[in-house]
Ligand binder design. Structure first.
Ligand code: NOJ
Length: 797
């Protein structure tokens, strides 16, 4: 069953039925002001931090309430509804509704009783407030008198947890005031005066384009006792009773009357933000001329669409196109911005960036916005400790050079992260390599960046220290120790246990370091690294290869994890894909390992993280057993590794297999089975339930997941074969043989590349000929020096 479709021309996902299997969300805003909104207008807003800047309340794990509600009431009949289907929830046989989620805006249209409405929600570019524009049109043949009620439910405290649980305090610190055309809310108003004499903790909700005829600043007064958002007493009665809150929950409800002739349309704009009385007045004044809204919307579209234009593809698969051109790309940016901080599942407690997650997230946007990526790489390098390891959690107010580390009790206490993780800093290598490849900016390696705790070094030396960090923490077999965890949060091999995944990451990091060292003539280091890498190669080959698979690791007590002999979890995905990605596996091993993955882990909805799930034979430290079988790390289809297996298959030239994995796990491909997948068909989730679950195919934890970047990389670098290096671009597609032609447009180092791939013979990979601007090349590689401003590239497979 489907609930909507992709409108690629507009870069919108159009939800045609509002009764989706879960709230289907969109993100609005920027790092300065974030907002999440569902197709039924549920959601919340925050200034800078989901944890400490919450201004609009949301009930998590509940019924997608409250939200940005716009109620409409026919003042003659007394009937009322909402501009989004919920919260009033009229009968869908008579209430028509469509929601368009676009790039940083959401537009919900409805028609009921010949009144058409459109609610447009967005955060203007570079602004720290949000706009809700309501348009109401009379499609009937008679005059209509309609009341519009805008409703915003403020939190009582900017700290999300305080607002939810510390009620004996937070209920008694907030007040609301009605001033001109707005409700102003203050928090702790007797203290924290700023120099202008007003409170730093003021929020407002006001309107322009119509007079306010009644208001409420008290939630209970607006809703009425024993009522809900679906039937507020104020709306039912036809007016608010002008009650403001004092020692109760604040809110902002504004009523305006609209008289409409047949065919007439009127507009009201509501603005919400955390600004004081004076500033909010100025903001509201700037919306007196409502034409500003279309301009702002266009600016937003230009901004986002402009970024996405850096890479566009046209393949025979419209789902692949929608994901790579628009939705996967947008998700990469959203995950990049909000890390794992604020969604409908992440309630906002994480007040910072996870090291490994963030360094990986960067990879998803490098080809779309390299300067933005560079800034975050700098930031993450400044969160590397001088011993080479990464800070497991980098606080939003991170202060390079002055931070405590996991060696300090204060850090552990403040972040809840007790120790270093084995993989964190190793993610820097592929990320920095991709950045340099995309931009040619190898000078970045010379930039001096501080460490988190003290001292500073060039980027190149930061990387050396990251390798040293692993080499100084080896287990008994001289493989990198598992430390607190590797990529898998649920795998405790013991501090001196050894992880194959990290060993492969380290092996790959060494290859990258050798190439960087050679390119800058640091021959001594390159030679040294080659020796160390050879040793590591032998160890991994001797210890980790077992017939047709790489094992997952060796516990501190010597027990092998991921061996065929294990009763459970005898086959793991990541060591197989990473054996290929890292370049360690020889051809035979790679083919065998990938075949084992297909045979033992593949399902109709993607590849399981491992199998069989833990149930009776988990080792101490196999925390995955906490989850039900076929769920998350316990044998679920973890989504992030789907990108790695797509990449690994592509690197081996297996275009059909790579695309098979894409199809199984791609949200867009499951658009017509939305009732099974449940999650938004336009975004990846963290995992999908696999075979042992009664709900096989159901996905969870929407939007904020490393999947966005790994699948992006798997598709762009893998399937589409865009493989930049220091001097240019290799074009090496690994596509399904049924694709006979595809085109791509890539902006590469400021130059435009129009690439056409011809595949008349139905190959999966490889090439016969390649042409640059009509000239035949000897290889499938174009150096930057050969490129003009505009380039026509043809690759014949
Ligand atoms: C989600 C976490 O955010 C990520 O850091 C981790 O790698 C995966 N879970 C796998 O455990």
């Amino acid at each position: 069953m489907n609930y909507g479709y992709f409108d690629e021309a507009q870069r919108e996902y159009v939800i045609t039925r509002p009764d989706t299997p879960a709230p289907w969300a969109n993100y609005l805003g920027s790092p300065e002001y974030g907002a999440i909104i569902s197709n039924n207008a549920g959601g919340y807003s925050f200034v800078k931090s989901g944890a400490n800047g919450r201004i609009l309340r949301y009930h998590f794990n509940s019924d997608d309430t409250p939200g940005r509600y716009l109620y409409l009431r026919d003042d003659v009949s007394g009937d009322y509804w909402s501009a989004s289907w919920q919260p009033v929830g009229k009968d869908l046989n008579v209430y028509k509704n469509e929601c368009r989620h676009g790039m940083s805006y959401t537009r919900i249209t409805a028609e009921y009783e010949d009144i058409q409405s459109e609610a447009l929600y967005y955060v203007p570019l570079h602004k720290t407030y949000e706009v809700w524009r309501l348009k109401v049109k009379n499609n009937s043949e008679k005059d209509r008198k309609i009341s519009a009620f805008g409703y915003a439910e403020f939190t009582n405290d900017s700290n999300y947890e305080q607002d939810q649980i510390n009620l004996q305090y937070t209920l008694f610190i907030t007040r609301t005031y009605f001033k001109k055309n707005k409700i102003l809310q203050t928090i702790n108003q007797n203290v924290e005066k700023n120099e202008e004499g007003s409170n730093g903790q003021e929020r407002f909700f006001g309107c322009a384009g119509a007079e306010v005829t009644s208001f409420n600043g008290d939630k209970a007064a607006f809703l009425g006792a024993y009522r809900s958002y679906s039937n507020p007493i104020a709306v039912e009665r036809g007016h608010c009773d002008n009650v403001l809150n004092y020692n109760s929950n604040g809110c902002a409800a504004l009523q305006s009357s609209i008289c409409l002739k047949p065919g007439e349309t009127k507009e009201i704009v509501y603005i919400l933000g955390r600004h004081n009385d004076k500033d909010s007045d100025k903001i509201l004044e700037s919306y007196q001329d409502l034409s500003i809204i279309e301009k702002e919307l266009q600016e937003l579209k230009n901004y986002w669409h402009g970024k996405l234009e850096h890479f566009q593809v046209n393949t025979p698969s419209k789902e692949f196109n929608s994901m790579i051109n628009t939705w996967n790309a947008y998700q990469c940016f959203i995950t990049f911005i909000w890390s794992r901080a604020a969604s409908f599942v992440y309630c906002g407690q994480r007040n910072g960036y996870g090291y490994r997650d963030t360094v990986q997230d960067i990879q998803g946007i490098i080809h779309l916005d390299a300067p933005m990526a560079k800034e975050r790489i700098r930031f993450m390098l400044s969160a590397q400790v001088d011993n080479g390891g990464g800070l497991p959690l980098v606080k939003y107010d991170h202060n390079p050079g002055h931070e405590d580390t996991p060696d300090d009790y204060s850090y552990v206490q403040a972040t809840g992260h007790p120790a270093y993780r084995a993989d964190d800093a190793l993610w820097l290598f592929p990320t920095i390599l991709k950045y340099i490849g995309e931009t040619g900016d190898s000078g970045f390696l010379e930039e001096v960046i501080p460490y988190a705790n003290k001292e500073a070094d060039t980027v190149y030396d930061h990387l050396k220290r990251a390798i040293r960090f692993s080499l100084e923490r080896l287990g008994d077999h001289r493989m990198p120790a598992g430390l607190h965890a590797d990529w898998n949060d649920c795998l405790r091999l013991g501090k001196k246990g050894e992880s194959t995944f990290v060993a492969l990451q380290l092996y790959y990091a060494m290859s990258i370091m050798i190439s960087l060292a050679e390119s800058r003539k640091d021959i001594e280091y390159a030679e040294h690294m080659k020796g160390v890498q050879k040793e590591l190669y032998e160890i991994i080959q001797n210890l980790c290869w077992e017939d047709d698979r790489f094992i997952r690791g060796i516990k501190e007590d010597g027990q092998v994890i991921g061996s065929k002999q294990n009763k459970e979890a005898s086959m793991w995905l990541n060591p197989q894909s990473w054996a290929v990605i890292s370049g360690l596996a020889d051809k035979q091993q790679a083919e065998a390992a990938l075949e084992s993955v297909h045979r033992e882990l593949n399902t109709p909805f993607g590849v399981r993280l491992m199998a069989p799930s833990f149930a009776d034979h988990a080792f101490p430290g196999a925390l995955a057993i906490l989850f039900n079988p076929s769920t998350k790390e316990n044998g679920g289809i973890f989504s992030q590794p789907q990108g790695w297996i797509i990449l690994a298959e592509s690197l081996m030239g297996h275009g059909n297999r790579a695309f098979e994995y894409f199809k199984e796990s791609s949200p867009a491909m499951l658009n017509d089975r939305a009732e099974i997948r449940v999650l938004e068909p336009y975004v990846h989730g963290q995992f999908t339930e696999s075979t042992e679950s009664p709900f096989e195919g159901r996905s969870h934890v929407h939007w904020l997941t490393g999947t966005a970047s790994t699948v992006m990389v798997g598709c762009v670098e893998g399937i589409l074969g865009m493989r930049p290096d220091l001097n240019g671009l290799r074009v090496a597609p690994s596509i399904p043989s049924e694709w006979k032609e595809l085109t791509m447009k890539k902006i590469f180092r400021g130059k435009c590349l129009n690439i056409r791939i011809e595949n008349k013979d139905g190959a999966e990979s490889g090439f016969r000929e390649m042409y640059l601007n009509g000239e035949r090349l000897t290889d499938n590689y174009i150096s930057e020096a050969e490129m003009k401003e505009e380039n026509e590239i043809l690759l014949v497979m």
